[in-house]
Write a protein that binds this ligand. Structure first.
Ligand code: ATP
Length: 264
């Protein structure tokens, strides 16, 4: 299954009683199979709206999105989603959470057991197999969420600030794990973050978005070899440049909020 994503001429307008919010305006973006792309920008610039449109949770007002060769009209198994808030079933153990999608798919018991075993191993979750989500750290929960997507063999992984709630050390660990998994399984990844450092650490390409309307401000290739050292000059140079772009949008956001406060 090809895992290309093509976003063409996508607009998204949210109609509210007060006004129409143009969340996305004329977004054109092709993500090639196996690419790791980060959507970067300050709060409110439409990153999640774009990701949700690719996921099929909230369709564009106009334009079209193709994923793995088919037009997106809703969620689909070829696009696995990992959210910031984990979205695990609290009444199921780690192993049961990972097995769930495979059971829905109708796989046989032995096949499910083998797959779950291998994923527990891949994500270093073996010792936690019988725990419930409430008894896991945030980092461990996110490992389970990633294992669930891998279980379904989704060639495309969509990730919405998945490490946003984690402490710095756990976050770096999970970033390294994700890079390993991305390489090993050849996934196409679309990853939302507002962290400039995270985007440079992870991505092949960083798509910087503008604030209202959400458009593509910069489509930036990251030519720094992995593993990337955040202290290296090339890393810092790109950080400064992207910081400048994001700050411009952040300021527009802040100015908008001040205007709103003045009206209230
Ligand atoms: N359901 C909705 N109704 C009205 N406006 C919405 C709705 N969802 C999003 N918006 C608006 O659309 C714009 C884009 O929102 P979106 O959540 O995609 O931004 P974001 O870049 O993901 O921000 P964050 O990092 O805070 O999640 C924002 O201005 C937001 O207020």
């Amino acid at each position: 299954m090809s895992s290309q994503i093509i976003v063409s001429g996508v607009n998204k307008v949210f109609r509210t009683p007060e006004k129409d919010v143009i969340a996305l305006k004329d977004i054109n973006l092709t993500i090639n199979p196996g690419e790791f792309v980060c959507l970067l920008g300050p709060s409110g610039c439409g990153k999640s709206t774009l990701l949700n449109a690719v996921a099929g949770f909230s369709l564009p007002s106009s334009g079209s999105i193709t994923a793995a060769g088919a037009t997106v009209t809703g969620p689909g198994p070829e696009r696995g989603m990992v959210f910031q808030e984990y979205a695990l079933f609290p009444w199921m153990t780690v192993a049961q959470n990972i097995a769930f999608g495979l059971e829905v798919k109708g796989l046989g018991k032995a096949e499910i057991a083998a797959k779950v075993e291998s994923l527990l191993d891949t994500l270093s979750l073996k010792d936690f197999r019988n725990r419930f989500p409430k008894d896991l750290s945030g980092g461990m929960r996110q490992r389970v969420a990633i294992a669930r997507v891998l279980a379904l063999d989704s060639p495309i992984m969509l990730m919405d600030e998945p490490f946003g709630a984690l402490d710095a050390l756990t976050r770096r660990n999970l970033q390294d794990e994700l890079l390993r998994i991305w390489k090993e399984f050849g996934k196409t990844i679309l990853f939302v973050t507002h962290s400039i450092e995270e985007s440079i650490y992870l991505a092949d390409r960083i798509v910087v978005m503008t604030y209202r309307p959400g458009t593509i401000k910069r489509d930036q290739w990251v030519d720094i070899p992995r593993p990337r050292d955040p202290a290296a000059p090339a890393f810092n140079e790109l950080k400064r440049e992207l910081g400048r772009l994001v700050m411009e949008e952040q300021q527009r956001h802040a100015a908008d909020e001040l205007k709103l406060a003045a009206v209230d």
